[in-house]
Design a binder for this molecule. Sequence first.
Ligand code: GTP
Length: 420
Amino acid sequence: MDILRFATAGSVDDGKSTLIGRLLFDSKAIFEDQLEAVERTSRDRGTEYTDLSLLTDGLRAEREQGITIDVAYRYFATPRRKFIIADTPGHIQYTRNMVTGASTADLAIVLIDARKGVLEQSRRHAFLTTLLRVPHLVLAVNKMDLVDYSQERFEQIREEFTAFASKLNAPDLTFIPISALHGDNVVARSENTPWYNGSSLLHHLEHVHIASDRNLVDVRFPVQYVIRPQRATDPSLHDYRGYAGQVAGGVLKPGDEVMHLPSGLATRIASIDTFDGPIDEAFPPMSVTLRLEDDIDISRGDMICRPNNQPHVSQELEAMICWMADTVKLAPRSKLIIKHTTRSARALVKELHYRLDVNTLHRDETAGSLGLNEIGRVSLRVTQPLFVDDYARNRLTGGFILVDEATNNTVGAGMIVDAR
Ligand SMILES: Nc1nc2c(ncn2[C@@H]2O[C@H](COP(=O)(O)OP(=O)(O)OP(=O)(O)O)[C@@H](O)[C@H]2O)c(=O)[nH]1
């Protein structure tokens, strides 16, 4: 079954937890006993409605005990699709969480409180989704019940946001008036908004077309492990040599001519193996093991592509960086570890070209460093060639993370521009 990954974003109290609770609740994905506990607590607290944010807030409490896990993943399914929600806290200092959650998302929901309208944070979140190339963006105008389900208010917000979005490289944009608390337009179309002709949020999530968002053109297979069963009891496995990894682009089939990087040697795919046996075709984001017709010296971090369609082999990178560390800053001469697909190397920051104000999109070319949650454009030099594409073309081979050498903490996320 098809999987849709989505991230939610919004300012504090815009209703994210309530919305996620509502989706889980109305799609019957929560267990009866969990539900009973929520109803009991709601009653104890004297709330009139079942407070659905209690479902997700319970989760959040768990999460806050750990320091490193700041994005929580929730799962639910309908007969049409499976859903993975990356739930990121709304507070301003959590840009990095949003980046973590949204970097693999097919769709992002930005919540807006109908009473407050488009805030600085809404713009920031929308900008981040476009920077991260999340292909689909939903503006959920929430708390419509508190503005009497006013069409005028909804249109006002839509116009204001559309004007801002026109400055961005905005993806597919959908506006939905909802009330997470009462369930209007969340799972079913609401009678309270007869003027709204679009789909309910869940219907949109179930039907939004994502198959063509993945890059099925450029074959990219970063090798994660070389599999050679040394002491296999099955003699037919004695000569087995496979290359395991996740398909990062294109469609692979047995018999296809492929090329290995860095050697530049060409061969053909002998078979594509999985836990459930060989398959005829592999595409992103499947994890498979390739066997090749010729014996080539291949190791972890190498790339398999097509002879006539190769990534750039580069040690000089231009990238947009979102800095995620509060104790150290990114500045020219900073030395870091770069992790790109399955390859790691050391990286030197050669230049910080500008820092971007995500609210106004102004470029500050005088900035000397990037602090927590700041975004800027940098030039990097890496110690080992990387096999890269523009992030705009492939989020997997165009993205990377930066790690602090001393602490091993992830301190930045990068998106390659102008790969060459
Ligand atoms: N009237 C009304 N209240 C809502 C609606 N959605 C959420 N709320 C209320 O708004 C408050 C904040 O909702 P939450 O779901 O906790 O908001 P959040 O965005 O998750 O906030 P944080 O957890 O602080 O990030 C709660 O009291 C909700 O009951 C809505 O559609 N209508």
